[in-house]
Design a binder for this molecule. Sequence first.
Ligand SMILES: [Zn+2]
Length: 249
Amino acid sequence: MAGSFLELNGIVLSSSNIGEYDKRIVVLTKERGKAVMFVRGARKMNSPLVAPCQTFAYGSFRVFQGKNYNLNEADIKDYFVELRDDIDRLYRALYFCEMAEHFTVEGSPDVDILNLLYVALTALKKKQMRPELIQLAYEIRIMECFGMGMEANQCVSCGKEESVDNHVLRWFSPTLSGVLCDDCAKGQNNILPLSNSTLYAMQYILSAPLNKLFSFDLKKEVETELTRISKAFLKAQIDHKFKTLDFIM
Ligand SMILES: [Zn+2]
């Protein structure tokens, strides 16, 4: 069958066995979005393709494209091996990959999500922030990249904005995907309180450039409030259970 070679750059999101010797990997690539690659002989001990099939492997993948992508060789720049030394960081990293797999589409490039995943894995690896905060920022930001981000600049119902000396956006609605002012919060069910510090944290996470996203700290009460909001938001907006989430304390 006719086909061609091409080079795809990205991160391995997941890997599974096929038959006795082969593997199937899902790679989030810059060029083709999510790409499923078949790797012949990847479970034979002496195969040079054993290592590149590991989750988190980041680099370039040379594939033959026929009906499917078949991996021929890979040049891996980072395996993120440090993540495997710490079970808590490892499971969060797997959760980030699972989310990225859920939110991306085969054949449709999504460089924002790829870049977000890369900097989040790097932040976990380098222990730039506490893992709880890295996860919080990643969850809020990936929803934004996906086009389902929370509204944090104005009341989702009436458009009222926060002013410097008056904290008016004091509520968050997971189902309406955003903040609410006092007036609009009346009569709403299932809304969560929102302090002004939590509102600023939310705005920061939604708008910070990627190289600054994973470099903030939060007071304990702000972290608690924002974590509660993020969890409720994901639950209300995504009809999917992430299996790796069960392993995170
Ligand atoms: Zn309002």
